[in-house]
Design a protein around this ligand. Structure first.
Ligand SMILES: [Zn+2]
Length: 276
């Protein structure tokens, strides 16, 4: 059971904004989402990428229109969640489980396309949204119009699932299917309730650390960007640093880490040559 991570879009930003001492030139960040084909539970998504609901359509709030105009994601429809699922012969209705690592727009755009999915998400993420949605606040990057109307009825709290010890000092994780194959790992700091996903049985164990940082060198070379980093990079800077320390220890003990936005290719990246 090997996950694949597809790239729903590119976002262009000055490297220095996401990497301390980085270049002033622009770097093409990826916007990954994951797909796991579980033998018993079918296709499981990790987030749902960027899509046209962010970039077009009259139904968008003014805040979402402004967000899209500022970030200007360049979508890749050939690597949308729908296209990647179709590549493996799945229909959106087949998806029963989506791990929602956090509620930033670039992680949730396709959630409305999965009528049968339940959402594994930290309650802190949902609470923060409930307390801030009235602001229509661009700098939080959360837009309730992107979520299914019955979102609140379809949530699963990872802390309500069996907790097991994740490898290499990551701490406790929720064992999603009771088989130890997929663990969600709290990685607080980037956004309220921010989650990573660990695959302990891969060789070496893999941690998808989502948005714990945006470039791997920020973690491995101790180059976390300083101010002015936007609230889209840090919700809680101290918690973020503690998560990075834990991720770094996981790497030092032999673990492999993948980030959502890191521009470097990964052997887990989806291509249309990836086995169906
Ligand atoms: Zn984010």
């Amino acid at each position: 059971m090997i996950p694949v991570f597809a790239n729903s879009a590119h976002v262009f930003t000055r490297e220095r904004l996401v990497l301390r001492g980085g270049r002033l030139t622009k770097v093409a960040l990826r916007v990954r989402f994951g797909l796991i084909r579980h033998p018993k539970h079918g296709p499981v998504l990790i987030d749902a990428g960027y899509g046209p609901r962010v970039t077009q359509g009259a139904g968008r709030s003014a805040a979402l229109k402004l967000y899209a105009a500022l970030l200007k994601p360049r979508l890749d429809p050939l690597q949308s969640p729908l296209a990647v699922l179709a590549h493996y012969g799945f229909d959106p209705a087949d998806v029963q489980t989506i791990i929602v690592t956090h509620l930033h727009a670039d992680h949730v755009t396709y959630l409305r396309d999965f009528p049968n999915a339940r959402f594994i998400i930290a309650p802190e993420a949902v609470r923060f949204m409930a307390n801030h949605s009235h602001l229509g606040n661009v700098h939080h990057g959360i837009f309730t119009e992107l979520l299914p109307d019955d979102f609140a009825d379809r949530l699963i709290d990872p802390l309500g699932l069996p907790q097991v010890e994740a490898p290499f000092g990551l701490g406790q994780g929720a064992d999603l299917f009771g088989d130890g194959s997929i663990l969600t790992i709290p990685l607080p700091g980037h956004a309220p309730g921010h989650l990573g996903v660990c695959f302990p049985h891969l060789d070496p164990p893999l941690l998808y650390a989502t948005d714990a940082q945006w470039m791997m060198q920020a973690i491995t070379q101790d180059r976390v960007p300083g101010f002015p980093a936007t609230p889209l990079v840090f919700h809680d800077r101290a918690a973020s640093q503690a998560s990075i320390t834990r991720i770094r220890a996981f790497i030092d003990q032999g673990g492999e880490v993948l980030l959502c936005h890191d521009p470097a290719p990964s052997r887990y990246d989806f291509t249309d040559q990836t086995d169906g």
